[in-house]
Write a protein that binds this ligand. Structure first.
Ligand code: 16G
Ligand code: ZN
Length: 536
């Protein structure tokens, strides 16, 4: 009966673009919203199976296209502990999404049950949420039609940021454990962050105001809610770009992606010298800071800067708490991290750096293996992961002096303040503010920690990006095919002092990206330009 119900319900969501194959990429499925209903339906089926496979633990479904234009949408699955869908399942997700008709979908579903050895009689539960895109409501109908067809119970959390949904999934699945992640509600999320922020600020002086560009997305109303829970006397948060009722405004000349890629503020930005600004993206899982220097010189403090700031502060706390023999810190970056940031972490902070391929799942995975793993992509997505081992050590540590005690208390507060499931712009925002307050730093002090190498990111549109393959184990820093491109690239790069350059296929667009650094700004433009002309 279940199979019949699936086939029948699927008929209401016919497959668009039958000639195209969709893949479950780093960001799940993402495309023009009108292509998505049939895919949403299949995601509902897979979420149900995943939940059954995970002993009835709750699985999350987030409907968002993040920093993409308003007419796009997307969907990704969240595993029981709030991390991303197990990679082995991505292939099955794509298989179902590409079923050409309801009958093939039904067969695909049965195939998944067999291959993945799912006990169909196991319980299942799904929770979901969406960003502010208007298409979200239609996509929810496709998702729930599938969940209804397989009789999987669900909760619709309405609008939420991506990290809030990750929080809710983990909170739901740890409710009866020794250390519940938090109350299972949006309110619980705010309470947890606010309470931890309060503790983390106990030994710090308030440090002025920050203005947050919310990209006209879901981060705006959610940050407003969060502010209601925060202590009034410790931090002033101003909000701009909060027009969620006008979908055209979403991510339009505003938000973290705009600021990072354009290297300038949102439209109309006119910051007074040294006033602190930051920007979220459309689903509030990315954060970058920025400000104007004297003379309106724009300055960006991106994910690399947040990573170095967090690592320096947490490293100090670990030391001051007397835990440096028991806990080590690691910083995880991608090849896009500025070489000066890497050098600063290794030589000034004296911490280990590991480089992984692009994509949150890669960074997260490596960071999760460290005692404390700090990971951020330059684009502003990242978090700090505290391992079970580190948490145990921190909890049972007996401080030997008042100074050790205050450091330990602040460190404990950070364990709760920092979202452990995924990069979270709201949580990261509070983290940055805590660190700046403790250090009594302005944005200029923060920027002054190291000087970035001149760099440039170029993009070349290509017909077949699959042609561009990097050498495994090089964190995408070398191409193995086409072979002559790497040879020509090497010949170009060696002409420039401190030149570094690499080419990789985008995982999200039909393009290859060329990133370069060199000692001089004019050299970088020249170098990246030459490499781009080898490709096109
Ligand atoms: C996706 C990734 C992001 C990465 C970006 C690179 C996740 C959740 N998102 O947005 O981490 O920086 O892709 O895009 O993993 P690219 O492959 O087009 O350069
Ligand atoms: Zn995002």
């Amino acid at each position: 009966a279940e199979f019949v119900a699936i086939e029948k319900a699927a008929a209401s969501f016919p497959r668009q673009l039958p000639d195209r194959d969709f893949t479950y990429g780093t960001a799940g499925f993402r495309m023009r919203a009108d292509l998505l209903p049939s895919i949403m339906f299949t995601v509902g089926l897979l979420a149900s199976l995943r939940s059954k496979k995970c002993n009835g633990n709750t699985i999350g479904v987030m409907i968002t296209a993040s920093h993409n234009p308003a007419e796009d949408n997307g969907v990704k699955l969240v595993d029981p502990m709030g991390d991303m869908l197990n990679v082995d399942w991505e292939w099955y997700a794509a298989g179902l999404a590409n079923a050409r008709d309801p009958e093939k979908l039904r067969n695909g579903y049965m195939h998944c049950i067999n291959k993945l050895k799912v006990d169909r009689s196991a319980p299942s539960k799904v929770i979901f949420a969406r960003d502010t895109r208007p298409s979200g409501a239609t996509l929810v109908k496709a998702l729930t039609a599938a969940l209804d067809a397989v009789k999987t119970p669900y909760i619709d959390y309405g609008y939420a940021t991506t990290p809030q949904l990750h929080y809710l999934v983990r909170a739901t699945n740890t409710v009866n454990s020794q250390y519940p992640y938090g109350e299972v509600s949006e309110e619980g999320y705010y309470k947890k962050l606010a309470e931890a922020f309060n503790r983390a600020m106990e030994f710090a002086k308030p440090n002025g105001a920050v203005t947050v560009d919310c990209a006209n997305g879901v981060g705006a109303p959610k940050l407003k809610e969060l502010i209601k829970h925060l202590p009034k006397d410790k931090l002033t948060i101003n909000i701009i770009n909060d027009q969620i009722e006008n979908p055209d405004k979403l991510n339009n000349r505003a938000g973290a992606d705009w600021v990072k890629t354009q290297q300038r503020g949102f439209e109309g930005f006119d910051g007074k010298p040294l006033d602190r600004y930051c920007a979220l993206d459309g689903d509030a899982d990315r954060l970058v800071y920025f400000f104007n220097e004297e003379g309106k010189v724009f300055r960006l403090l991106d994910g690399d800067r947040i990573a170095t700031l967090a690592a320096s502060f947490i490293g100090d706390l670990v030391r001051k708490a007397g835990l440096d023999n028991d806990i080590t810190l690691k910083v995880v970056q991608t090849a896009y991290a500025n070489g000066a940031a890497t050098k600063y972490v290794e030589q000034v902070l004296k911490l280990k750096v590991e480089c992984t391929p692009t994509g949150v799942k890669h960074l997260h995975h490596v960071a999760a293996q460290a005692d404390i793993g700090v990971y951020f992509e330059a684009n502003g997505h990242g978090t700090v992961l505290f391992s079970e081992r580190a948490l145990k050590t921190i909890r049972k540590h007996d401080p030997q002096s008042p100074a050790q005690l205050t450091a330990l208390d602040t460190l404990k507060a950070l364990c709760d303040l920092i979202n452990q499931t995924v990069g979270d712009a709201l949580s990261d925002l509070l983290l940055v503010e805590v660190v700046l307050a403790h250090k009594e730093w302005t944005v200029a002090d923060w920027l002054g920690t190291y000087k970035e190498f001149p760099n440039k990111l170029g993009k070349v549109n290509v017909r077949d990006r699959g042609m561009y393959q990097t050498v495994p184990g090089t964190a995408e820093r070398r191409l193995q095919s086409p072979p002559q491109v790497q040879i020509e690239l090497d010949n170009i790069v060696k002409k420039y002092r401190d030149g570094r350059c690499f080419v990789r296929a985008s995982g999200t667009e039909d393009a290859v990206r060329v990133y370069g650094e060199a000692a001089e700004a004019y050299d970088v433009d020249d170098m990246v330009g030459s490499v781009m002309s080898v490709i096109s």
